[in-house]
Design a protein around this ligand. Structure first.
Ligand code: ING
Length: 314
């Protein structure tokens, strides 16, 4: 049996003033706890090294760049990589990546048990906006600070399983799971930083947000017969609440582990990768059942194109 004991390392809030060193120490503590629980892989959230800075409007690129890492690992994160290697645990976490060419991405990396980076993903679906929006209760400037990812949705062999990553808003788009499902993915890991309320509609609160997150992740898991670990950074960051709700979901879409609080919290589940096999061989045997000749709109157009009037009259 190909079992991977997955640890979901939900993180509580990171205040704007908190240093990378303080944050990494919290991550190492979660990693040590995961080692005690026999984990093989630990999943950390999106932008795990800093506060969710896209809530802040900044015009000075020098200030913006202080939230980014220009190399990985680096001095701040080496203690984390060293702890992972010491424990023989693979890790994945999100951070703001500045490339040597000066490009900016919302990125996530995956390591093997020896702390070597074996995979990198750059967030494709950037929610929010790029200019200060006076209509919003708070800003969500991911389109200002990041470029859309340019690596697609790769899948790697790690820990004797096919693994892929996505990040936060990506989890709401079915194409993301299917792109990896068509590569045979058996485990998708993702981190998220999701505001507890809708900045454009204060009537949409925590309950609906939690429901939509779980709905998206359980559907993606079931429809691609894959395990999905969705891990939050949660809690009140400088007065801005982020929702928790970290979950591990099995290939039948059932939630098998769920965080209880909004702080640093490890959830653990022993995941049998062979649980993916039946779904991939029967109901979601893509080769046998998909009819791609009818799916042209999905990659042929970006937005809605309404049927022509005369067509509607048919
Ligand atoms: N955050 C949010 C997310 O997709 C959001 C933004 C929330 C978009 C709710 C739509 C609805 O979970 C990030 N960081 O993508």
């Amino acid at each position: 049996m190909r079992e991977i004991v997955i640890g979901g390392a939900q993180m509580g809030p990171i205040q704007r003033a908190e240093s990378r060193a303080e944050v990494v120490a919290r991550m190492v503590a979660l990693l040590d706890q995961a080692a005690g629980a026999g984990c093989d892989l630990v999943v950390f959230p999106e932008l795990a090294l800093t506060t969710f800075f896209p809530r802040w409007y900044m015009e000075d690129q020098v200030e913006v760049d202080t939230w980014f890492e220009s190399e990985m690992p680096n001095d701040a994160t080496r203690p984390l990589f060293d702890a992972a290697r010491r424990h023989g645990i693979a890790i994945t976490f999100g951070y703001a990546e500045k490339t040597p060419e000066g490009r900016h991405f919302n990125t996530s990396i995956l390591t093997d048990r020896a702390g070597n980076i074996v995979g990198k993903y750059r967030k494709v679906h950037l929610p929010g906006h790029s200019e200060f929006d006076t209509e919003r209760a708070f800003q969500h400037l991911e389109k200002r600070y990041f470029e859309p990812g340019d690596l697609g949705f790769p899948v790697w062999r790690n820990l004797d399983a096919w693994m892929g990553m996505c990040i936060c808003n990506d989890r709401r788009w079915p194409e993301v799971y299917r792109e990896m499902g068509l590569q045979g993915v058996e485990l998708i890991t993702l981190g998220y930083n999701t505001p507890s309320v809708n900045s454009q509609d204060s009537r949409e609160g925590l309950e609906q947000r939690l429901y939509h997150s779980e709905l998206s992740v359980t559907a993606g898991a079931y429809q691609n017969a894959a395990w999905v670990a969705a891990i939050a950074k949660a809690g009140d960051e400088d007065g801005h609440p982020l929702m928790a709700g970290s979950i591990i979901v099995d290939p039948n879409g059932f939630v098998v582990a769920r965080a209880k609080g909004e702080g640093d919290e490890l959830i653990v589940h022993a995941c049998d990768m062979d649980l993916c096999n039946f779904g991939k061989a029967t109901i979601f045997d893509f080769a046998r059942h998909r009819r791609i000749e009818h799916y042209g709109r999905i990659t042929g157009q970006t937005g809605v194109i309404l049927p022509s009037e005369e067509k509607a009259a048919e």
